[in-house]
Design a protein around this ligand. Sequence first.
Ligand code: PEP
Ligand code: MG
Length: 960
Amino acid sequence: MFELNAQHIRMAQQAPDKATALAMLAESLVTDGLVAPGYLEGLKAREAQGSTYLGQGIAIPHGTPQTRDQVHVTGVRMMQFPHGVDWGDGQLTYLAIAIAAKSDEHLRILQLLTRALGESDLQQALREAREPQQILDLLQGAPQALALDEELVQLAIDAEDLEDLAWQGARMLKHMECVGAGFAGALQASQPLPLGDGLWWLNSETAVKRPGLAFVTPLQTLQLQEQPVRGLFCLASLGEGHRALLERLCDLLVAGRGQELAQATSRRAVLEALGGEVAPDWPSAQVVLANAHGLHARPAKELARLAKAYDGEIRVRVDGGAPVSAKSLSRLLALGARRGQTLEFLVEPGTPAAAALNYLIGAVQAGLGEEVEPVTASAPAPAGAARVTAISLVDPSEQLPLAPGDRAQAVAAAPGLAVGPAHVVAPQHFDYPATGAGAAAERQRLDAALAAVRADIEALIARSEASALREIFLTHLEMLEDPDLQQGIAARLKANASAAAAWDAQIEEAASQQEALHDKLLAERAADLRDVGRRVLAQLCGVESAREPEEPYVLVMDEVGPGDVARLDRERVCGILTARGGASSHSAIVARALGIPAIVGAGRRVLDLAPRSVLLLDGDKGTLEIAPDASRIDAVQREREVQAERRRAAEARRFESATTCDGHHVEIAVNLGDTAQAAAAVEQGAEAVGLLRTELVFMSHDSAPDEAAQEAEYRRALDGLAGKPLVVRTLDVGGDKPLPYLPLPPEENPFLGIRGIRLTLRRPELLETQLRALLKAADGRPLRIMFPMIGRVEEWRQARDILDRLRQEIPTTDLQVGIMIEVPSAALLAPVLAPEVDFFSVGTNDLTQYTLAIDRGHPLLSGEADGLHPSVLRLIDMTVRAAHAHGKWVGVCGELAADPLAVPVLVGLGVDELSVSARSVPLVKARVRELELRRVQSCAARALELGTAAEVRQSVEALR
Ligand code: PEP
Ligand code: MG
């Protein structure tokens, strides 16, 4: 735990040079058991990378990532050098603060020091101090400003009494690191003071780290001492920081404006009334901080330096918090920004600063003088190294609160329409002591909590019908048992942490490590870790979940953990809306498995929606409407009934073939990742597996699965298909989704790098093992093998030659070999490739991304990556013509194949097979049965002549 403590300061030390000072500091860390002796090398290496001199006579030596494993316990030890030590470039250090930290916890120290750094005469005072306490007072004693920003205001919460409101207020203050354990209890025990207009005041000084004011209002007016309760102020008081605010509040009440606060519907209105930190309505842009140790001294110094070069104000804030001046080093450090957090820059319009916005974003992205590994954003930004999505230019409408009649666009995550009142569940905050009652007692508490959560998860597994859900919960069970996690916790308990503190810190460390991996799927598992983490913490802290409304509602959360969704009553949750998350996040997968319409990544403003405001969400299009009028709701309800009826009818006829009314048959196949699902897909009406994504077979192993393990997997799929064809795609990883056991150098443009066939041709042993396993599993059954990401004819020929050689060794009777058409060059060369292959399968997800040059996961642009764009259709047309000219067949296995407006066009272009998710199979079959080949052929021919995807969609609509 990082706290500045007088016992950890050695006064009046002397060192002739920096090397000696570092050795002395390392020695004190070793003696106190914080680090192993090898940590000194880390201190030296870190200084070699760049001086840790911070300013004002203070240096903060610390280790490097390589010496993190030398740290036993995190903490600091300080030495005063009254004669100064030259820390490089003539900068004299009078106080050295040696940090032992496993990750970026040292940012906390920087936050503690920032007030001190703003003081002009600190250096001299540090030099002259005689007692450790004097040093502490100097570091911490400067007057502190009162924290009051959007994170400290919560409106219309579902509270039963003033006590509930006070808990909420205390939680926000804790979350903002204004208070520590003990504050909430002391606040509850203090005497509530009525201010008039239904406003109340509670105040405590216990466990306050920095002064802060929280304001909370209840959903319905409460009663206390026979007076109404419409709002509660919770003050964490320390010093005189809140005096100005109190005066302003009194003026407001005297002027009869208390109602403005009691009835406020937006956080901004409250802050404006109270004079709190309100983000200005200025041009802004965001960037994800990628520096390994966050915005620590070196990059912060660089940022302040760059910002100072421009006249006009430049402010920056972290994850929607209060903005600070980017020109002030101390304020930047006080942000405590960590790797992976989002910095938002706001620039004063009409000044040179405004023109510097993009430059500053670029500088942060480039690492502010440090080498950086790009962050895999959890959501909605897609994974990938150094892709343009690390910066997301903020859509101006995103800044405004959502109001009745507004429409917003987010990421479509699970299909269907939902209408219902919003049930906003705010993130839970947990209050717990940092230290415990001894390792044994805390271990017992933790074990009891783990057992309770385990039992809860086991019950969920038993209850879950969807296998996707069961898999997730089984993973959660494994997470609870994880030996690494348990080892870390044991060490923390030994260091006297409480059960909750040890658990929370260990989970956060593990989740951050996951997030740092350059793999979207693995990074999203961090959400699962945190989900499990919260459940155990809730047990330990006795925190109960928010009450559900009685009527069917739209669940609104920051990010919905899979456990949250599965616990909810399916009958009552009619839709899901999240502030964060991408289409491949677990919450989205779970929502899809449960059939709950969902849209994700809608931005933090959805958390400010007034409780019970009616929402209409469209999980197909990703659109959200706030309080639409009655006629709109009626129309949507009718549309929903039509959709439900359509699905019922389609499911009843799912085993019938997909034949147009004039007798043209199209094969409807299923896309699978899990070989165990083949039989279930046949049960949904699938006539084949049109795409087996084998990377999921590889990802479920810790090392490359051997031939026997793979053979068993592929056999399972063929067995499940009972004679129906299996189209297998060879391993398609690399670039943005590396296998953990297949280290590849990071790439600037992973989608244009070593992925798919480009990877397996460079690792032929991987490809050969997979092909052998496939050939052995076939046993005379219909097997189709295709290679992904073929862009050049040579790649296809090389892969085919390998397969031909193996076929000599392991003969099969019913094998076809083809390629995926995902790269425009392959479509353009289809006439050359067609005589050589047995079939083509068009991967429209990638083909669209490469044709339109739009990252398929881009949070702002991906909506424009429409596979019905005429340019993509022309490539599909060329592919089909070339294939048919040589008697070969063509499938489409990208998402486009299940799009109801695309089906007529694809059938009209002559596509022979559509491969879609199992749930879509009956619907796509039904859609084909409605068509008439002659009409869709002319519709497709017209589409090829159009200029935009919207025009294509319009022309198909007219066909209905
Ligand atoms: C595609 O690109 O359309 C495809 C089916 O492959 P994936 O989505 O797995 O990249
Ligand atoms: Mg693809």
